[in-house]
Design a protein around this ligand. Structure first.
Ligand code: NZQ
Ligand code: ZN
Length: 385
């Protein structure tokens, strides 16, 4: 096991009816900005639950955060934060809304050009407004981590930053809020959380038994309950298990003391920035291709995953690993998330564009060994056509 330090100070309030707890978590004299997306929370009753919990408090609202949130939209929110003297940000939505809120929180306190926050990967952040969350989509883990991903639409740059200043003070996770998700977002969320675990698990063995078995538990849970969320969308237990699994998948716990891959995410991020595919869709396309390309290096962990999670009984590691790749692709497809570039009308002509973006962003040493160059990424994408 590698050395590590672990820190997470986000309070999680989990369960049905817990949105009412907001009053306990936000200072009574705060001026709150409720940040939300395209309006789903106004159709499914979540906005009413939030505003009735905030009754008697001072609040304003900022809607219109788009999926894969735009820098320009966030900067409009920053203006309103300053005009209305907002001192608490409440994100109500999925990963996009939470990420946007984190960026707004940091940008509101930033001196100078706010894009520096992204360019420095968060190093330039010196402070932030407090952020709280009401999560409505189980997927990203943003509700319990220091990461935010923001897109500059004019240049098609989708990039992340990390800062402890933007870690949510609290996140309310009521599984019932996810009943209204469209099937496409259920699929995306299942794939995203599953891939988060895999990026931290299918690398090379470092004899980290606790982390491996936590990861295997999360994978088994998502594998078992993901399809049920499609066929039985109002099953509370299914939604609860998927929600907690997604949070635990990317809150730092299973990353402790183990190598991380993240090549799939970084290549996928460029595909979304350029062509607008959903985050989960890009992962379903790229991950089987990364694994096929890196089969030899990942053989041992792929075989372990195949045997312990997928129930593959094959004794030979290489064959078990190959079977694990096939089964993973089948799982993504069963969740309604297609796994080939062609499924999204993208062909070989996109490969040079993606490679150019990786180079521009200096993502030139990807993977757990830092040996995936943009030229390798091109070969990986050829396997994903
Ligand atoms: O905009 P609204 O109206 O909220 O509708 C959203 C949106 O159209 C809808 N939705 C959310 N909750 C709903 C709902 N519709 C009905 N009922 C509900 N309860 O779903 C659509 C997608 O929402 P979005 O927030 O974009 O999805 P997700 O949670 O998958 O977030 C994706 C974003 O998070 C980033 C991705 O790159 C992408 O930008 N990620 C953030 C990470 C992090 N901060 O740690 C890590 C991830 O790897 C990921 O990169
Ligand atoms: Zn992700």
């Amino acid at each position: 096991m590698n050395n590590f330090s672990f820190f997470n100070n986000t309070k999680i309030i989990f369960g049905e009816g817990q949105i009412a707890q907001l009053t306990q978590e936000i200072p009574a004299d705060a001026t709150v900005m409720i940040v939300y997306g395209g309006g789903s929370i106004k159709k499914n009753g979540i906005f009413e639950q939030v505003t009735s919990a905030l009754e008697g408090m001072k609040w304003i609202e900022f809607g219109g955060i788009e999926p894969n949130p735009h820098y320009d939209t966030c900067m409009k929110a920053v203006e309103q934060v300053k005009t209305a003297n907002v001192d608490f940000l409440l994100a109500v939505g999925g990963g996009s809304v939470i990420d946007a809120t984190k960026f707004i929180a940091a940008a509101a306190k930033h001196q100078g050009d706010a894009w520096e926050i992204i360019q420095s990967f968060g190093g330039a952040v010196q402070g932030a407004l407090p952020v709280g969350c009401v999560l409505t989509l189980a997927a990203t883990g943003s509700e319990m981590n220091p990461t935010s991903v923001v897109t500059r639409a004019d240049t098609q740059d989708k990039l992340f930053f990390n800062s402890d200043y933007v870690r949510p003070r609290f996140s309310i996770l009521d599984p019932q809020t996810t009943y209204s998700l469209p099937a496409r977002q259920v699929g995306n969320g299942v794939v995203d959380s599953f891939v988060h675990v895999l990026e931290q698990y299918v690398t090379y063995p470092v004899n980290a038994k606790v982390q491996d078995r936590f990861a295997e538990g999360l994978l088994s849970t998502i594998l078992e309950d993901g399809p049920k969320a499609l066929t039985d969308p109002q099953n509370y237990d299914v939604r609860a298990n998927l929600m907690w699994a997604a949070t635990m998948a990317l809150n730092g716990l299973i990353a402790t003391g183990v190598p991380g891959d993240w090549a799939t995410h970084l290549i996928g991020q460029e595909i979304t920035g350029l062509y607008g595919l959903d985050h989960g869709q890009t992962l379903a396309i790229v991950m089987p291709a990364v694994w096929t390309y890196k089969l030899e290096q990942k053989r041992e962990k792929l075989a372990q995953y195949g045997r312990r999670v997928l129930g593959i009984t094959e004794a030979d590691d290489l064959i078990a690993a190959e079977k694990a790749i096939v089964r993973t692709r089948e799982f993504f497809e069963a969740m309604g998330v297609r796994t080939r570039l062609a499924d999204y009308d993208l062909g070989a002509d996109v490969i040079p564009q993606v490679v150019a973006k990786l180079e521009q962003h200096q993502f030139v040493q990807l993977g757990e060994h830092g040996d995936i160059t943009p030229a390798d990424a091109a070969k990986i994408l050829e396997l994903a056509l």
